[in-house]
Design a binder for this molecule. Structure first.
Ligand code: 0A1
Ligand code: ZN
Length: 879
């Protein structure tokens, strides 16, 4: 933490490292108060650099000793400040021996070496290693690591690090040691250690080439009954990467370790993945279908990083999406393949589209907007964003759409062939795709360099005499901070045409001869001509969400209803329903604000009824189709956001649908029970999803009958999915029994931290929970702001997921936000900075609210000892 003006770092300033590190030998004498780290580095001058000095990063550590080539260096031989250690005169080959001191127990940032529940863990991405020892802490310095851990045996019986265990033994006075060696070169951000009292589930797993690997999932003792699904997901991930990409596990041992205090989801340290407990621990009693899906995705994600991230890493942090966008794409494909059916795949795709719209589009339209490959940053930790991750994954998906699956795979092969063991850039990845695909992808580069969500406007014209349909696509992209004018993107637009009977017409356009054509829009505007079109079609544009853009087309209700009933592309079928709903929600929001009477047309309700009752459709798809756009998505469509009016309008639609479709909802509720033992598979989860959506619509009417139904489900639930769904229904309906249910829930699960997180989150998001109620919950004995999961469950959920209360007209929500950002910043800047982001789009509210928000932002910005993390976010918001 510094008080000086934070420095901006630019991509264009990249220079290669002055020295490369060949080998790293680390020795840890672990003690919570005083850990001594001895490091021995062999380094050689990099012929590609003009830098003379050895530059080592180091923060929040004490330098105890420094030797170069066996000789102790005195203060005159080096320069040291609070960030860097510089040795100006160094020979071309050096061995450095460095001793440093840290106090892990005092480290509340959860970055570097820290203590969680009495155990030691590390987190080094992006720049945490410099909190452990002095080192060129940048991803383009890759070295081989040997690690010796020493600690008290009774307190820390398990000592883990990257790679293979090569030696272990006793040390006397109750201490023991373990020596680990990682056979692969890696950047420092992939270093990890664990010293802890843990137990593991383990298994020997056969790899495709006949080798075996030892797989372990390490958890605290009481959690060994919650590791099966993570282990199963790990095995599935290994198989999948072998089959889909021909990539094998390159180690004899692969470990996953769960930790209760963690800033993010998980971390792909070589051979030693460290996970937030949230993405490891599951059994039917404590975890929901959603949790299970999250575990599968994150276990996959971290495992897939072993090739996309670890074997080939990033040259610098501006290239973060090189590993993250690609790895998210891989985990998305993995999850989709695990379901196996086309309709299941489509539901995962719909979820991805929802995430983009819910989180990435707003980011791209706000003060923190940045390209997938940013040009500058103040604090790299602020750039682990939905843009770098999810939009980055869309960019990778577009290669596959443009090249086809087969040539995309060739591109991946070529990427590994060229760059294995290297630290490279997004341009290198694009070059591999272009070369393997035999295509010029130079214009595609703009997806990396230009921020903002492109808008594609479509206009169609049918000529009955010529039997042609002309589709004109016009693109534009709004200005973003530092980027006034944008050049045209290379956009794949997948299009189909529906006939009056709802069936796909056969297409002849641009050399395509199919029912879906991928049109490539590269100019600002282009007209595509479909020939042999025998009737006026309804266009289905941007099928499977073929590009991360906003599609504008002036659909009539009739066309949307047609698509909603018939589109063979499930994503666009769903999309038509969302458009129908959004138009109504926006009208109703205005009506609420104007004090007009509210109404909902039967056409829309009947369209929902039809989908709901269509047993030919997957339950999971029907659930998606009946889910209304969220309050924040509605807000994004408004010139001036009115959170309370949005909330009332949406509630009105839920209530009206709940009443009108009461019988149908009840029928689906009954038809989609999942008797027998719980299974998290997609089919069962989909049925539970539809059933619980039906329950929530029914309960939104607050009828006695629906509340009794929710209460019965709560009392008899055989799994956590049904239990939380029932509890949420009771809370949101304002049922008299909700308090008692909450208490019973707490009493049942008070030993399960992840369930208590749900307990806080459900209350934080309830429309009746105001700031005072949140403050009261913060005084609950189980609340602990130092634990990121707990802070997120209560404080974040309220600020991000309870808009009508957070945006209380008196500004009390914003004052609360400022207080919490400031309190968190003193403990954990990374977490504080995430919370700070929730005020990004303050300029979109009415003047009175804006005034309160500005005051809150200024209050945070006025704090002298603010982290760079929060400083960057609030100053960009205020700029
Ligand atoms: N690379 C991890 C994400 C991650 C990033 C930073 C962290 O600490 C500050 C932790 C994890 C992933 O993509 O899963
Ligand atoms: Zn990742």
């Amino acid at each position: 933490m510094r008080t000086d003006t934070p420095q901006t770092i630019y991509r264009k300033d990249y220079t290669p490292p002055g020295f490369m590190v060949e080998t790293v030998e680390l020795g840890f004498d672990l003690d919570p108060q005083r850990t001594i780290v001895a490091s021995r580095l062999t380094m050689t001058r990099n012929p590609e650099s003009r830098a003379r000095a050895i530059e080592l990063h180091g923060e929040n550590i004490v330098l105890v000793a420094l030797r170069m080539n066996g000789k102790t260096l005195s203060k005159r031989d080096y320069r040291l400040d609070d960030k860097m250690l510089l040795i100006p005169d160094a020979p071309d080959e050096v061995t450095l021996e460095i001793e440093t001191l840290t106090a892990p127990v005092k480290n509340t940032t959860l970055n570097g070496l820290y203590v969680s529940n009495g155990n030691f863990f590390t987190q080094c991405e992006a720049e945490g290693f410099r909190n452990i020892t002095y080192f060129p802490d940048r991803p383009d310095v890759m070295a081989k690591y040997t690690v010796m851990l020493r600690a008290d045996k009774a307190t820390y019986p398990v000592l883990l690090s990257n790679g293979n265990l090569i030696e272990e033994g006793e040390l006397g006075d109750g201490r023991h040691y373990a020596k680990w060696e990682d056979p692969f070169k890696k950047p420092s951000y992939l270093f990890a250690l664990v010293a802890a009292r843990l137990v593991c589930q383990e298994e020997t797993f056969k790899l495709a080439d006949g080798r075996s690997a030892l797989l372990q999932v390490w958890v605290e003792e009481g959690n060994l009954d919650k590791t099966d699904y993570a282990m199963q997901s790990l095995k599935n991930s290994i198989r999948w990467d072998e089959e889909r990409f021909g990539l094998e596990l390159d180690l004899d041992r692969f470990m996953i370790v769960a930790v209760g205090d963690f800033n993010m989801g998980a971390m792909e340290n070589k051979g030693l993945n460290i996970f937030n407990t949230k993405f490891v621990l599951a059994n039917p009693r404590v975890a929901t279908d959603f949790d299970y899906a999250g575990i599968e995705a994150v276990v996959g994600h971290e495992y897939f990083h072993n090739w996309t991230g670890n074997r080939i890493t990033c040259r610098d942090w501006f290239q973060l999406s090189l590993k993250e966008g690609l790895t998210v794409f891989r985990d998305q494909e993995f999850s989709a393949d695990m379901i196996g059916t086309d309709s299941g795949r489509a539901v995962t795709r719909i979820d991805q589209v929802r995430t983009l719209r819910q989180a990435q589009f707003p980011e791209d339209a706000g003060p923190m907007a940045h390209p997938v490959r940013p040009d500058s940053f103040v604090e790299i930790n602020n750039f682990y964003t939905v843009t770098v991750y999810e939009k980055g994954a869309e960019v990778v998906r577009m290669y596959q759409t443009l090249l086809g699956r087969e040539r995309f795979r060739k591109g991946m092969d070529l990427y590994f062939e060229r760059h294995d063991g290297q630290a490279v850039t997004c341009d290198d990845f694009r070059a591999a795709m272009a070369d393997a695909g035999g295509r010029d992808l130079s214009q595609f580069e703009r997806w990396y360099s230009q921020a903002g969500t492109p808008v594609v406007r479509a206009e169609g014209r049918y000529d009955a005499d010529a039997l042609t349909y002309e589709l004109t696509l016009t693109q534009s992209c709004p200005a973003t901070p530092g980027q006034e004018n944008k050049l045209p993107f290379h956009i794949p637009v997948a299009v189909g045409l529906l006939g009056a009977d709802g069936r796909d017409l056969h297409l002849n356009v641009d050399g395509h001869d199919a029912v879906t054509a991928v049109l490539e829009l590269t100019d600002a505007s282009r007209t595509f001509r479909f020939t042999g079109v025998k009737e006026a079609p309804t266009p289905s544009i941007l099928r499977d969400f073929s590009a991360p853009v906003v599609l504008e087309y002036d659909y009539t209700d009739t066309e949307l209803l047609h698509l909603f009933s018939h589109d063979s592309d499930p994503v666009n079928r769903w999309e038509a329903g969302q458009r129908l709903a959004m138009a109504r929600l926006l009208k109703l929001t205005s009506a609420v604000a104007a004090g007009d009477t509210l109404g909902l047309d039967t056409t829309f309700i009947e369209a929902l009824r039809k989908i709901l009752a269509d047993d030919a459709l997957d339950a999971a798809f029907r659930e998606q189709a009946l889910l209304l756009p969220s309050e924040s998505m509605i807000a994004d469509q408004m010139a001036v956001v009115d959170p309370q009016a949005i909330h009332q309008a949406r509630q009105f639609v839920r209530r009206t649908v709940g009443e009108a479709l009461k019988a149908d909802l009840r029928a689906q509720y009954d038809a989609n029970q999942t008797p027998g033992p719980y299974s998290p598979d997609a089919l069962s989860a989909g049925r539970r999803g539809l059933k619980n959506l039906a329950l929530s619509y029914l309960a939104s009417t607050s009828s006695e009958e629906s509340i009794a139904l929710a209460q019965a489900q709560f009392d008899n639930a055989g799994n956590m999915t049904d239990r939380v769904a029932a509890l949420a229904a009771l809370i949101h309906a304002g049922a008299a029994s909700a308090q008692a249910a909450l208490q019973a829930f707490y009493a049942d699960f008070d030993k399960e931290a992840l369930v208590i997180d749900k307990w806080f989150a459900m209350q934080a998001s309830a429309p009746a929970t105001d700031v005072a109620a949140v403050r009261a919950l913060m005084r609950h004995a189980a609340f602990n702001i130092k634990n990121p999961n707990r802070a997120r469950s209560l404080v974040f959920t309220f600020c991000v997921g309870n808009a009508s209360q957070f945006h209380a007209p008196d500004g009390s929500g914003y004052a609360f936000w400022a207080e919490q950002v400031i309190a968190l910043d003193a403990l954990n800047p990374q977490v504080a900075s995430r919370l700070a982001r929730s005020m990004d789009r303050w300029r979109r509210y009415a003047p009175a609210l804006q005034a309160h928000m500005k005051k809150a932002l200024q209050k945070v910005a006025g704090v002298k000892k603010l982290s760079n993390d929060v400083r960057e976010v609030v100053s960009k918001a205020l700029a």
